[in-house]
Every structure is written in C-alpha cells, then in structure tokens.
Design a protein around this ligand. Structure first.
Ligand code: NAP
Ligand code: G4F
Length: 325
C-alpha cells in the first residue's frame, strides 16, 4: 500500500486530493494544525476512513514535520499548506512569508533528512506570473509576482527546483492556475459570488460588494487539478508543469453567468463596487498554456467555465436552502 503525506488536507485541494488518493488505495496521512475549534468540514466525508490518519503539526514547526515524516516514511509528500489568500498577504506579509515561502523549505528539509526517498510536490501558483511577461504563460515564462503571496510562492518554487538540483531529490512544482469548487473558501471571488447569488436568490441578501470586475483569470475545476498533482508524482523524472484550461474570463463574466445560472435577471442590479476589495497591485490577466501536461501527463480539464459556474451556483443554493441565516 502506497503512503502519501499531505500538508493542507483541511483546505480545498488537500481534501479533494485525499479523496482521490484513498480511492487509489493509498494510506493517507494529513497534517492538521491545532485550533480551538475543529476545522474538518471539508474532510467530513473521509474522516472515518480507516486509511486516513491526521497528524498534528504546523509549517512553522520544523520538528513536527521532521518527526511526522520519520515515523510515516511516505512514498509521496504533497505540500499544499499555505497562507493562500492573496489579499491577506498585504495585511500579513511576514506570516505569509513564514508559511508560504519558508514553510516549503521546512518541508523539503524534513523530506531530505527524514524521508529522502519520498517524491515531493510543491503547490506553485500562476500568481507567480503576476504582471505577465508573455501570453499565454508556460513553464518557461519569467515570473513577476505582484503580491507578498506571489513573492513567497516564487521562493517556494525556486527552493523546490534548487533541492532537486542540489540533492537529486524527486521534487516537482505544479504551477496551477486558479481552480475552484463548492469547497472553495468564501473569501475567494468565485465562491463569494456564487454564495451571494444563492443568498440573493433565496431572499437572504440584496446585493454583493466586489472590487475589480475587470481582472481576468484562467479558472478550472479543483477536482481536475488534484489529478494533475498525482500524475506529476507518477512520472519517472521530476519536472514542473503548468496546469490550466487555456481560457480566460473576467470577474464580471463570472458574476454575469452566476446570476444567469440562478435566473436572477440583470446582474447589474445586484452589484456594488467597494474599494476595500481593490488590491494595492493587481494581476490583470492570467491565461495558461498546459500543452506540456497534455502531452506528458495526458491531463486535460473535464469541466469548462460555464459548467464550473453552474455547478458552484447549484451547490451554494442547496447549502443556503439548508441554512437558517
Ligand atoms: P486553502 O483552501 O486555503 O487551504 C490551505 C491549507 O493550508 C489549509 O488546510 C490550511 O489549514 C493549511 N495551512 C495554512 N497554514 C498552515 C500552517 N502554518 N501549517 C499547516 N497547515 C497550514 O488553499 P487551496 O485552495 O486548497 O490551495 C492549496 C495550495 O495550492 C496552496 O498552497 C495554494 O497557495 C496553492 N494554489 C492554489 C490555487 C487555487 O486556485 N486554489 C492555485 C495555485 C496554487 P487550516 O484549515 O487549518 O487553515
Ligand atoms: O479569487 P481571488 O481572491 O484569487 P487570486 O487572487 O487570483 O488568487 C487565487 O488564485 C491563485 C492562482 O493564480 C492562487 F495561487 C491563490 O492561492 C488563490 O487561490 O481573486 C481573483 C480576482 C482578483 O483579481 C481580485 O482583485 O478577483 C478580483 N476581485 C474582485 N473583487 C476580488 C473581489 N477578489 C476577492 N477575493 N474578493 C473580491 O471582492
């Protein structure tokens, strides 16, 4: 039985990846940090699976990582944990650097000394392309990050490359473009919109306040993207891959389609601009070229933009129908 260790298992991607690996017959170990209230909502459906074990630890605590890996001796390590919200990275740049940048080095050190045979996956991000140097972005496109989060991810990316080259480790980065789902955190724009649209539909809310409607993103479905992570660690050689749909749409497109999916009529009657959500530096447009992943991993997205918006709106309407407030 193969063993996988996942940091960030309570997050969107970690929870889907754990489901996938359990289905594939893995023993899965998930790192969780201690909180005063348990935060297992996204892994509720798998928490009693006998092949899942939760391990207490934190990206800021080297010993917890080294000890866990020494005990488990995993075949595969997926480092998905991070302070992942771009907006918050301006409010907490130091913490973002600790978790999202140096945290990667801590996990790599733990692999190097405690489980050197393990294959390592780093959750790199299209946010590293920031003020884009070419269109579309591929594995060779230079980085120009536009937020403390983006800067931290560039460190995480290059330290992964460096450990691969310095210590001959099987260490890869997946440069994933935005990917969404009904499990997406409510602070991210897609889920913020689909949740608001569901609440408006049910008469619980009147309008949604947003920042920049013109920003464009290459949005895919998270379940497709965790498959790519797994595929990257099944290869014979360690290589980095861009994972994206190859389509880009604006925040306004997302809002319009979400209102349409809920039969709400003209989207403009539900929208207000709030400058609080504008960013100090914006990433205007992202669009990825995933042809390397298509060719070498035989990976391609199964859900398109319209389907993604619809499935998220429908899921949020169901959730809001069951919720009192
Ligand atoms: P997410 O939902 O925000 O999940 C982040 C996870 O990291 C949570 O499980 C969180 O635990 C954990 N975490 C945060 N700080 C930690 C710490 N100090 N020690 C241990 N665990 C910690 O993020 P996601 O959307 O699943 O994304 C997964 C990874 O991919 C992240 O690294 C993100 O930056 C990257 N990424 C995401 C996208 C995307 O579009 N989703 C695109 C490119 C890259 P708690 O539950 O305790 O908070
Ligand atoms: O949904 P967002 O917060 O995602 P963002 O900044 O693109 O980051 C996400 O994708 C990255 C991959 O490129 C990941 F690495 C990262 O961890 C995260 O998952 O914002 C998307 C766009 C931005 O341009 C933002 O300015 O939406 C715009 N926006 C407009 N109004 C808003 C809002 N974003 C949020 N969160 N909230 C708003 O009210």
């Amino acid at each position: 039985m193969k063993k996988a260790f996942i940091t960030g298992i309570t997050g969107q991607d970690g929870s889907y990846l754990a489901e996938l690996l359990l289905d594939e017959g893995y023993q899965v170990y998930g790192l969780t940090r201690r909180t005063s209230t348990q935060n297992f909502a996204r892994i509720q459906n798998i928490i009693h699976n006998p092949n899942l074990e939760l391990i207490s630890g934190d990206l800021i605590d080297q010993h917890s990582l080294s000890f866990a890996l020494k005990e488990i001796q995993p075949d595969e390590v997926y480092n998905l944990a991070a302070q992942s919200f771009v907006q918050a990275s301006w409010e907490q740049p130091i913490l973002t650097g600790e978790f999202t940048a140096i945290g990667v080095a801590r996990v790599l050190e733990a692999v190097r000394f405690s489980a050197p045979k393990a294959k390592f996956y780093q959750a790199s991000s299209s946010e590293m392309f920031g003020k884009v140097r070419e269109v579309p972005q591929n594995e060779d496109t230079p980085f120009y990050p536009r937020s403390p989060y983006g800067v931290a991810k560039v460190y995480g990316h290059w330290i992964t490359v460096n450990y691969r080259e310095s210590y001959d480790m099987f260490a890869v980065s997946g440069i994933l473009f935005n990917h969404e789902s009904p499990k997406r955190g409510l602070e991210f724009v897609t889920r913020k919109i689909t949740n608001a649209v569901a609440r408006i539909k049910l008469g619980k809310q009147e309008y949604i306040e947003l920042g920049n409607l013109d920003a464009k993103r290459d949005w895919g479905y998270a379940k497709d993207y965790v498959k790519a992570m797994h595929l990257m660690l099944q290869q014979d050689s360690a290589e980095d891959f861009v994972i994206a749909t190859g389509e880009t749409h604006s925040v306004q497109d997302f809002l319009e389609l979400a209102c349409k999916a809920a039969d709400l009529g003209d989207w403009q009657q539900y929208y207000k601009h709030n400058p609080k959500y504008d960013r100090p530096a914006e990433v205007d447009v992202l669009i990825g070229d995933a042809s390397k992943a298509k060719k070498m991993l035989n990976w391609q997205p199964s859900v398109n933009f319209e389907e993604l918006v619809k499935l998220m709106v429908e899921a949020d309407i169901k959730i809001e129908e069951k919720t009192v407030h």
